[in-house]
Design a protein around this ligand. Structure first.
Ligand code: PLP
Length: 400
């Protein structure tokens, strides 16, 4: 065999790992199931609904009409118009169509934004618990993540004061995700206004507002950061179709940003992937132009599941839970169980043990920058949720 070692050629950045814990837990779940074990998975942040039929039909109609070629890098004009209209009428964001960049999923929209702004020496404020991808993307761009944390006692919302205290002349970007994955927290208008006040005092700070879960809100109201007075020019808004329209596999999202940043985001995208899937963009127009009936139907279903999960977790002594006004995630604080026994030495060990011994898959909070909590996704059937909760109850009872 040749002694050539291709692994030694890998760039340093290649060792950065995205969603490590989620992928590891999912793989372990598959392995155990392959061995015949009965495992309930509350792992993936993926709607268990089919994409609404009218959206599927719009895609097949476009395909049959020959709409199967390369599309403009920033998206087809009709979709950019439809997105600008949606952002204006639903979110109070006055972006023009030329400020919209359609991407292959919100993940890519975020990468386009971060790579447009961030270079070595720049600091990016992340509000933990945060969605896994942010930290990796910032690091890949050579930026320095500054992680600020809020626990269950703060309902997982980092305060404007914490942000003010962390700002330095190097801070260039703050990533905000409300409603939040993994906690379900929603920043109130007042909390956002306090944050806007801090942002406006910094000479070069932008906010990336990830509004991905805006439609999956049960209590209260989600507001878009860019709609606050004076904040539009400071904000890159990203949103997409994966969660709200049950379109995870279609890979479509978008960003809206001040013109120079939007142009740069399109250039980034042009370098890596070019324009998003052409016929999916037609389907996205159909999704945006239709009434939000399917969105509401799915939200009501998530609401029922949220009630079941919140009630079930409340019955487990030792778990601390804050309200879950939105999303399809619960993020219980399990710190009172940690460190006393090897099964639960850390949240990672605890999640492994819950899976190995009790047959329920969750994700350790460490994946989201919090080592006191675990994440449960309730984008699962009510039956699985109930069985999963029973197993969690049995597991935590055994640890007491
Ligand atoms: N933003 C948040 C907060 C998410 O939770 C996710 C997916 O889990 C994404 C973005 C990625 O969305 P997309 O499927 O459009 O890439």
């Amino acid at each position: 065999m040749s002694a050539f070692n291709s692994a030694a050629l890998l760039a340093t950045r290649a060792s950065a790992s995205d969603e490590g814990a989620i992928i590891r837990m999912s793989q372990k779940t598959r392995d155990l199931r392959a061995q015949g074990r009965d495992v309930v998975s509350l792992t993936l942040g993926e709607p268990d609904f089919e994409t609404p039929l009218f959206i599927q039909e719009a895609a097949t109609d476009a395909m049959r009409a020959g709409f199967t070629h390369y599309s403009p890098v920033a998206g087809i004009p009709e979709l950019r118009n439809a997105v600008a209209h949606k952002l204006k009428t639903e979110n109070g964001l006055a972006y023009s169509a030329s400020q919209i960049v359609v991407a292959n999923g919100v993940k890519q929209a975020i990468a386009n934004a971060v790579f447009s702004l961030i270079e070595p020496g720049d600091e990016v404020i992340l509000l933990a618990p945060f969605w896994v991808s942010y930290e990796l993307t910032v690091k890949l761009a050579g930026g320095t993540p500054r992680i600020l944390s809020a626990g269950v006692e703060q309902e997982f919302k980092v305060s404007a004061q914490q942000v003010a205290d962390a700002l330095t002349p190097q801070t260039k970007l703050l990533i905000l995700n409300s409603p939040n994955n993994p906690t379900g927290a929603v920043w109130t208008k007042g909390e956002l206004a306090a944050l806007a006040k801090v942002v406006s005092k910094h000479p070069r700070l932008m906010v990336l507002s990830d509004d991905m879960y805006e439609y999956i809100v049960f209590d209260g109201e989600a507001s878009s950061f860019g709609a606050l007075p004076g904040m539009l020019e400071r904000t890159i808004t990203v949103n997409g179709f994966s969660k709200s329209f049950a379109m995870t596999g279609w890979r479509l999202g978008y960003a809206a940003a001040p013109e120079p940043i939007a142009r740069s985001m399109a250039r980034m995208q042009s370098a890596f992937t070019a324009g998003a899937n052409s016929f999916v963009q037609r389907a996205a127009i159909a999704a945006l132009e239709a009434p939000r009936d399917d969105v509401a139907r799915m939200r009501e279903s998530y609401r029922r599941r949220r009630d079941i999960v919140a009630a079930g977790l409340a019955e487990i002594p030792g778990i601390k839970l804050s309200p879950i006004p939105a999303t399809f995630y619960a993020f219980p604080d399990v710190s009172s169980f940690l460190g006393r026994r090897t099964e639960a030495a850390t949240v990672d060990a605890l999640c492994d043990w819950l899976l190995d011994v009790h047959g329920v898959t969750t994700v350790p909070g460490s994946a989201f920058g919090d080592d006191r909590c675990i994440r449960l996704s309730f984008a699962a059937s009510e039956r699985d949720i109930k069985t999963g909760l029973d197993r969690l109850k049995a597991g935590f009872a055994a640890l007491k």
